[in-house]
Write a protein that binds this ligand. Sequence first.
Ligand code: FAD
Length: 405
Amino acid sequence: MTEEIQVTIIGAGVIGCAIAAEISRDFNGEILVIEKNDRITGENQSSRNSGVIHAGIYYPMDFGPLKSSLCVKGNSMLYDFCKRHGVPHKKTGKLVLATNNLEEEYLADVMRIAKENGVPGARLIDIREIKKLEPNVDALSALYVPTSGIIEPTLFVKKLHGIAEEQGVIFLTGNKLTEIKPDNNGKFFIKIRSRSSEEVFKTKFLINCAGLFSDEIAKMIDPLSPYEIDPVKGESAKFYCRKRENIIVKGTNIYPVPFGYYPDGERADVPFNRFVELFRQHKVIKSVGAHLTPVFDLKEGRYETGTTITIGPAYSKPQNKEDYAPTRNAGYFHKMVKPFFPNLRIEDITLHQTGIRAKLKGYYDFIIEKSRMHPHAINLIGIDSPGLTSSLAIAEYVNKMLKDL
Ligand SMILES: Cc1cc2nc3c(=O)[nH]c(=O)nc-3n(C[C@H](O)[C@H](O)[C@H](O)COP(=O)(O)OP(=O)(O)OC[C@H]3O[C@@H](n4cnc5c(N)ncnc54)[C@H](O)[C@@H]3O)c2cc1C
């Protein structure tokens, strides 16, 4: 007889691991996580991101109710978790900068969203206050957001993985899910393949957290699933800010104002009203833009900030969902940050890493829903930024859905 598992989670990125850790706290029954990569961290979104703990200032409630609510909730849950479990993190605060009048139009909208989403402490500041926080930054004005921060994302995922394992979850790494066949009782036959074998088992509940491949998994469950991931490559670079006094970053997250970006990665320099039209027609994506973010360096066994600053992401279209090849050079990153960080030189910059975002075609919000055809399956599709920040709140949300099934 085929073995039966209670819950099968597909994908051991931050979302799969967070859900595994959450549901295994009080769930009676076997929970299995299937991961195609050999290791939990590495080539997925959760290991190749900016490591920013977002505050919730970018996501309009009417257009992205899940992104806005789960980000704000996830932000405080993440700080609590990191403190309790010793995951390297820092509440750095964030500056969102406007360098000209057009950018100030966009900044006003960020302030509106911050208020609407109840982001604590967000306020507009002038150049004098900006210079007090970060003397090497140039701008007309900024939004200061005290609840933004940074985290070491791979250590966070490893901690979630460890907690889930301690609570009895079984992780099958190096196993790719290749087929799902719903049976007549609302359960599923699952086929997985490793390098050496193929196996079939039965599961009662299925949770699809396959990141870039979540659309393909959703179609295995229901061929009529409408969702399609349109991957976006995000490259980053870095510099050492202690190299010269005039490129020191004191520790704040430094962001340009969010703008629309066309699919080729070019910024849509249009008035704010025109941007709103393009955004709602899904002709541009709204992006936080290339920012300066302090990251953790491992020094003598301790994680510290204050030396390495990343720049990015710079967006482009990848060849496929696993195309991590860099396409941007130091000059490109230099051009992106020069308007607000003028003393950086091209020769200060080296390339850092490439990630690929699971951007959902034609949708803005996270999709977290039961499969329309097979309600014992929960799909999480298009969990791009702020998925890392929202992960613990997403896990809590999915646990409630599971209990109601
Ligand atoms: C460049 C970049 C910058 C970002 N910056 C931030 C940020 O600063 N702050 C923030 O909050 N968010 C950020 N994000 C978003 C965040 O990283 C993601 O939302 C989050 O990591 C998504 O996690 P996930 O578990 O859904 O997906 P993933 O991490 O991609 O994990 C999905 C897993 O599923 C596995 N899988 C897929 N198909 C199968 C299969 N058939 N069988 C078995 N396993 C399978 C994959 O191997 C993968 O490990 C960024 C993303 C990118 C790319």
